[in-house]
Design a binder for this molecule. Structure first.
Ligand SMILES: *[C@@H]1O[C@H](CO)[C@@H](O)[C@H](O)[C@H]1NC(C)=O
Ligand SMILES: *[C@@H]1O[C@H](CO)[C@@H](O)[C@H](O)[C@H]1NC(C)=O
Ligand SMILES: *[C@@H]1O[C@H](CO)[C@@H](O)[C@H](O)[C@H]1NC(C)=O
Ligand SMILES: *[C@@H]1O[C@H](CO)[C@@H](O)[C@H](O)[C@H]1NC(C)=O
Ligand SMILES: *[C@@H]1O[C@H](CO)[C@@H](O)[C@H](O)[C@H]1NC(C)=O
Ligand SMILES: *[C@@H]1O[C@H](CO)[C@@H](O)[C@H](O)[C@H]1NC(C)=O
Ligand SMILES: *[C@@H]1O[C@H](CO)[C@@H](O)[C@H](O)[C@H]1NC(C)=O
Ligand SMILES: *[C@@H]1O[C@H](CO)[C@@H](O)[C@H](O)[C@H]1NC(C)=O
Ligand SMILES: *[C@@H]1O[C@H](CO)[C@@H](O)[C@H](O)[C@H]1NC(C)=O
Ligand SMILES: *[C@@H]1O[C@H](CO)[C@@H](O)[C@H](O)[C@H]1NC(C)=O
Length: 312
């Protein structure tokens, strides 16, 4: 008899705990694990968490009102009748995914315009992340190619040897190149070759400046004096690297540290931590009773996390 109040208290506590758990997350307490476990292949690239395929079953937000993975990192698998090409949009621009290296959190992208534009493509935009800035960053020292389009160098001042010299050295002069309706001359520089004086001079004389990151090693190995005659196209087509991270969202970071996968809404709100046993947690998967993942079950993320835990 004396135990009854205690037992009651215990149950009340249990209910209380339960209520607070299900209250904290806008998601139901369980989810269909098939939305998380899949790795899709598109062309030569494996796509899995934190990336997701936007045209997978029902679409990213059609099948479930959340993504298993980061908002903005959805990839479209485009089919041109011959091959599949994985494409990610950053700030409204298309980039072809050349590779995803899950072990080192690196995605290798190339401007889709540059890949499709013949041997001397015309780039049309700077690389900006838009809302995906939350997830992506440059991996470290990269290098840039700076393009000046639609330039009018004439009339040159009577004796301006400086300008004529760089015109010879940096002017894009390959047959395949098309500058667009307004014409004019075009130039390409590596970061090291563009001094502030030249830059401000060109700034005045050209209608458009585009800065594109490139792989420094590849640029270094290329024949740089052949950049304007077409080598620049080869360098652009090799792409550039970005790293992804959940560091900027503490909730997701904590979730991933303990083997969870983050669920996000389309508006970039963290909705919950998806555990491998099908439970949804508000925080992380330590209490979900999920078996610890095998080291080869889902790629680099978890391997890295295991390392991280080992350091704790
Ligand atoms: C989970 O989703 C898959 C794929 O749509 C479906 O085949 C399966 O029936 C779903 N499982 C449950 C328990 O709803
Ligand atoms: C893609 O994944 C499959 C199995 O999931 C694996 O056999 C293959 O080696 C992977 N390919 C790449 C390029 O990582
Ligand atoms: C990006 O690719 C999609 C699908 O291929 C296409 O519909 C869209 O027009 C492209 N956007 C740009 C800015 O090129
Ligand atoms: C390349 O361009 C980016 C963005 O404009 C800039 O932050 C970076 O410092 C540039 N890198 C070099 C080596 O000039
Ligand atoms: C690209 O970035 C450079 C500076 O990094 C800027 O001067 C230029 O106006 C930008 N071009 C476009 C088309 O936004
Ligand atoms: C550049 O490309 C080389 C060769 O493909 C690759 O090994 C390296 O990781 C890349 N580095 C960067 C910073 O993109
Ligand atoms: C580029 O190549 C030169 C030698 O050709 C080397 O000294 C330099 O370290 C290289 N730089 C990078 C970033 O690879
Ligand atoms: C580099 O390009 C220049 C200009 O096109 C050419 O004259 C030279 O032979 C090239 N050098 C090598 C090593 O290919
Ligand atoms: C974002 O979406 C979530 C869930 O769909 C919703 O609860 C929240 O109010 C939305 N936030 C904003 C700023 O729209
Ligand atoms: C993990 O690796 C082991 C051997 O290395 C293999 O037998 C097993 O099938 C792999 N599991 C998965 C899920 O890939």
């Amino acid at each position: 008899m004396a135990h009854l109040p205690l037992l009651l208290l215990f149950f009340l506590l249990l209910i209380g705990v339960h209520a607070s758990v299900s209250h904290g997350s806008p998601l139901p307490p369980t989810y269909n694990t098939s939305i998380c476990s899949k790795s899709y292949k598109c062309g030569d690239v494996n796509i899995s968490y934190p990336f997701h395929l936007s045209d997978a079953i029902g679409g990213t937000y059609g099948y479930a009102p959340f993504s298993c993975g980061y908002t903005d990192l959805d990839i479209t698998c485009s089919w041109d009748g011959r091959k599949e090409t994985p494409i990610i949009q950053l700030n409204g621009n298309n980039y072809t995914v050349l590779d995803i290296i899950y072990d080192s959190y690196i995605i290798v992208l190339a401007d889709t315009d540059a890949l499709g534009g013949g041997s001397c493509p015309r780039v049309r935009h700077n690389v900006t992340f838009g809302q995906a800035y939350e997830w992506l960053q440059y991996t470290g020292p990269s290098d840039n190619l700076t393009f000046f389009f639609g330039c009018n160098l004439l009339p040159l001042p009577p004796m301006d040897p400086g300008l004529t010299r760089f015109a010879d050295k940096y002017q894009i002069n390959c047959k395949d190149f098309s500058n667009g309706p307004n014409g004019g001359d075009s130039f390409v520089f590596t970061s090291g070759e563009l001094d502030p004086k030249t830059e401000s001079e060109l700034d005045r004389r050209c209608s458009q400046i585009i800065v594109v990151p490139v792989n420094r090693t590849i640029l270094n190995l290329s024949n740089q004096s052949a950049l304007p005659s077409g080598e620049y196209g080869q360098v652009l087509k090799k792409g550039f690297e970005l790293a992804w991270t959940s560091r900027k969202d503490e909730q997701c970071y904590q979730c991933e540290r303990f083997q969870g996968q983050c669920a996000y809404s389309q508006n970039r709100t963290f909705l919950g931590c998806l555990c491998s046993d099908g439970k949804v947690s508000t925080k992380d998967c330590r209490n979900s009773g999920a078996p610890p993942p095998t080291s080869n079950s889902s790629g680099g993320l978890q391997r890295w996390q295991n390392k991280e835990i080992a350091f704790l």
